[in-house]
Design a protein around this ligand. Structure first.
Ligand SMILES: N[C@@H](CCC(=O)N[C@@H](CS)C(=O)NCC(=O)O)C(=O)O
Length: 216
């Protein structure tokens, strides 16, 4: 049994849960001891970030490292392309999510509560996010998922972050229009059974977090 240290609205925890589900691995979600950001959690997981896993006493942080570990632990179904160069390109797309797209959205989190919102910052940051999405449309060629018909490791972050963007759009009035290829990619992600199963529980958790922020 794998313990997944997570909290319900955590983007990167949902990204890992997609791989746990795709591989059919037994896991349980566990709240960080002492709460999010606590010293007790940092004593256990020095990175202090969510998610982390505890697999029979082996502790590992960072969603991408965890997903690579799970993909090797349970090789079926394979979640990287067999071809060396396609795999390298897929890894680059996974990194674009973690280092470029998701952080541009995360910058809005302190502004979801309207009483704390800096509207000029949100307007500027909306432009940054839209730029990242346009960049994604240029660097990726989903068909219909990033590496073909099957969910791969590099889809997992996008499946969650595009959902986050869609849910923040209403309350924050971002008005970001997805370019057609990215909209088609998002529809293909939502149609994937593993993504659909995760979103069935992740969406309400995200909605509850946004509602708690919006209502102060
Ligand atoms: N690169 C890390 C980022 C994880 C991350 O930022 N997690 C958030 C929760 S979704 C977090 O722990 N934030 C608190 C912090 O960075 O101290 C990963 O992929 O696991």
């Amino acid at each position: 049994m794998i313990k997944l240290y997570s909290i319900p609205p955590s983007v990167y925890s949902a990204k890992v849960r997609l791989v746990l589900r795709a591989k059919g691995l037994d896991f349980e979600d566990v709240l960080p001891p002492g709460g999010y950001g606590s010293d007790a959690y940092k004593a256990l997981v020095p990175y202090g970030t969510l998610p982390a896993i505890d697999h029979d006493g082996f502790l590992l942080a960072d969603s991408e490292a965890i997903n690579e570990y799970l993909n090797e632990l349970a090789p079926e179904p394979p979640m990287w392309p067999a071809d060396l160069r396609q795999r390298a390109q897929a890894r680059a797309l996974a990194r674009f999510h973690d280092t470029r797209l998701e952080p541009s959205l995360r910058a809005l989190f302190d502004h979801v509560d309207p009483s704390k919102r800096d509207y000029d910052f949100v307007a500027r940051q909306t432009g940054v996010i839209a730029g990242r999405i346009e960049q994604l449309a240029r660097i990726a060629t989903p068909s219909p998922l990033m590496t073909g018909k099957h969910l791969s490791l590099c889809d997992c972050g996008y499946a969650i972050t595009l959902e986050m963007l869609s849910q923040l759009d209403g309350p924050m009035k971002l008005g970001i229009m997805l370019p057609e290829p990215v909209a088609r990619y998002m529809a293909a992600l939502r149609a994937d059974p593993v993504v659909a199963a995760e979103l069935a529980t992740y969406r309400p958790a995200l909605a509850a977090w946004i509602e708690s922020e919006v209502s102060g």
